[in-house]
Design a protein around this ligand. Sequence first.
Ligand code: SF4
Length: 265
Amino acid sequence: MTVVTDSPPGASETDLGRTRRARKIGRVLTETHPDAHCELDHSNALELAVATILSAQCTDKKVNEVTPKLFARYPSAAAYAGADRAEMEELIRPTGFYRNKTDSLLKLGQALLDRYDGQVPGRLVDLVTLPGIGRKTANVILGNAFDVPGITVDTHFQRLVHRWRLTTETDPVKIEHAVGALYPKRDWTMLSHRIIFHGRRVCHARKPACGACTLAKLCPSYGTGPTDPAAAAKLLKGPRARDLAVAAGVDPELVPAQAIAAEVP
Ligand code: SF4
């Protein structure tokens, strides 16, 4: 893909210009990632809280391998509060940092029992008081278990909004507010999923697939990764890698089978 621009998008941009570009990015992401969703398997707020705690320093895929057994063994806050530590550690060991995570899960169960009748509360102010749950986790839970719009500022989200020059803030809470102001509140949860999807499949930390990216014309950081379509197509990841190439106007045949089979981080 050849992108010809007089000056890079984002250069000496007005606030209105940035908001318009941000909204366009949002629309392109909606078309690019129609499958975007919370990648942590769960069927209720407690399961999502537990899965999110386990996802620290671990891929969602690995968490999803562990949680079916865990959720069956501990179906309630009371079950977590009364769990045998050694048994739980063994179940969640593949997710790493299993001692700390077990500690958080036992304390979470107890705190939910003591303060919230065993239920996960649906308000940010309450969620952030719970063991193992910070603001990022709380927003994931609000957005996906309670339908309360929330922005999830994880490592992918931070990297991408900086590459797009939507904000220069570096503190996650300030990023959340700055980016939130650019989009309607109702879009926050899905926008977060789509940005994270794009970060995992296209706009990687080390080598972003710029030459096979649907956002090339809107991105001031176009050229951070290879712009040659053949080189960029190899960097796309996941089962929809060929669809992502097509969406960016790149020949899907340039996407190798390994890219489709590649584990999404
Ligand atoms: S053009 Fe490159 S840097 Fe910009 S969003 Fe796409 S992959 Fe990321």
